[in-house]
Design a protein around this ligand. Structure first.
Ligand code: H79
Length: 418
């Protein structure tokens, strides 16, 4: 049925505003890309890259039996990483639904021998263990003819001249209704794939967003479309770049807006499980990326790609554990903070909480460090981890820190009080 209200002049509900704040306070989430593509062990784009037609690819479903899947273990490992939320692929571009949907038989309950709703198991476990759950939802679909009614199907199989966009749009609305009705409280819906069509294409986001906010007013809408935020969205996504940077080539059309920010990044080079990809980022580089995200006022959504048997790769688990260990000591300087007051520098970043500023020195050869903080006078400066006082010289334009050693740590944190 038609949605009766509009997102124009969208005023977020009180619980939405509270969730935005909590989302920002949480700072760190784990992204999970898991689907039929995991079985091919060559990344989530395998169907497209290898030009496998839909009817061939869909046969994978018949072999999908991740017998070692254990939601409790996943959530425990992710909690141990210090992550506060999980964002999992409910349906990626290949179109296979990893949940119990009545909108298509191409789903884990009907088309696979596994016949377990992994999203439900994960949702129950998240709610039990106090971890927020976000659903990734692909707007782009490589299989459905009604996604691309004018021909130009990426996978030509199944082209249907009668297919109409409206049926695809309704299919999405129906699936989103299921996701927001059958899985308890959902922290966010995370859209992806809008970039597949030109910016002038009418996705009718107004109706999609209205439905979400009607069903769960607190649910954040995040859309990884790589443009400026649209009406009705509650946070802004950046892919493989900190807000304001564009090294990956996705963010050319996106200015930093007023909403909470989140950057997503892979732990190795792949989102979906890729067996040959051993190029895992080091513990240091992952921790530093989290710190830089926080310093840029953004969350980090860090990806792991589970194996087809349902387990997380050993290296991924080890990295998560290492990040959790670091956060046990330094979480105070990350969770609940906001970026700044000093913007990103070559040496590192700053984060703020109440009357404290945390100076995160990630890369410096110098014992002296000048912080431009005009008009601010500081009361004390200490090494965060051991409370040892740090000498400082208050100047009109800022403060000069005089360290007793050259910082060589993963993150040498100085705590300033005002
Ligand atoms: O879900 C993940 C990706 O599948 C999806 N978004 C994240 C979160 C995505 N982001 N960007 N893109 C997809 C565009 C795709 C780019 C590439 Fe490729 C896919 C580069 C390598 C694989 C397509 C295939 C372009 C080159 C080869």
């Amino acid at each position: 049925s038609a949605i009766s209200f509009s997102q124009k002049g969208y005023v977020p509900a009180q619980e939405n505003l509270e969730n935005r704040k909590q989302f920002q306070d949480n700072k760190f989430g784990v992204f999970i890309h898991w689907g039929l593509y995991s079985m091919m062990a060559d990344g989530e784009w395998a169907m497209n890259v290898k030009k496998i037609n839909y009817s061939e690819y869909s046969k994978l479903a018949g072999g999908f039996c991740p017998s070692k899947f254990n939601a409790k273990q996943w959530v425990a490992d992710i909690k141990a990483a210090g992550a506060k939320y999980i964002c999992i692929t409910s349906r990626h571009h290949d179109g296979f639904s990893m949940f119990d949907t009545k909108q298509s038989d191409y789903n884990i309950m009907v088309a696979s021998p596994f016949k377990r709703d992994v999203l439900k198991e994960l949702a129950d476990e998240c709610h039990k263990q106090g971890v927020k759950l976000h659903f990734y939802y692909s707007l782009l679909d490589w299989g459905r003819p009604d996604y691309n009614p004018n021909g130009e199907l990426i996978v030509k199989e199944g082209e249907n001249k009668k297919a109409r966009w409206e049926t695809y749009h309704q299919f999405m609305l129906n699936q989103l209704k299921e996701l927001l009705t059958n899985y308890g409280e959902i922290g966010a819906i995370w859209f992806d794939g809008a970039w597949d069509k030109s910016k002038s294409f009418d996705w009718k986001f107004d109706e999609i967003y209205s439905l979400i906010h009607l069903l769960q007013p607190g649910c954040l809408i995040i859309n990884n479309h790589h443009w400026d935020a649209l009406q009705g969205e509650d946070a802004q996504a950046f892919e493989r770049d900190l807000p304001g940077q564009n090294t990956a080539g996705f963010s050319a059309g996106a200015n930093i807006g007023q909403l909470p920010l989140e950057t997503c990044e892979t732990m190795n080079d792949s989102w979906g499980y890729k067996i040959t990809d051993k190029n895992y980022k080091s513990e240091k580089s992952l921790v530093q990326y989290l710190v830089k995200a926080a310093g840029n006022n953004a969350n980090l959504l860090l990806n792991v790609g589970p194996r087809p048997d349902g387990t997380l790769p050993d290296t991924a688990v080890a990295r998560l554990k290492a990040m959790g260990d670091w956060l046990k000591s330094y979480g105070e300087t990350i969770y609940g903070t906001r970026g700044g007051p000093v913007g990103q520098r070559t040496w590192g970043v700053t984060t703020t909480k109440d009357n404290r500023v945390f100076v995160h020195i990630l890369n410096s050869q110098d014992k002296a460090l000048f912080l431009p903080l005009p008009g601010k006078s500081i009361k004390s400066a200490r090494v965060f981890i051991n409370n040892e006082p740090v000498k400082f010289v208050q100047q009109r334009e800022g403060v000069l820190l005089l360290l007793d050693k050259t910082p060589g740590d993963m993150d040498y944190v100085i705590e300033l009080r005002f």
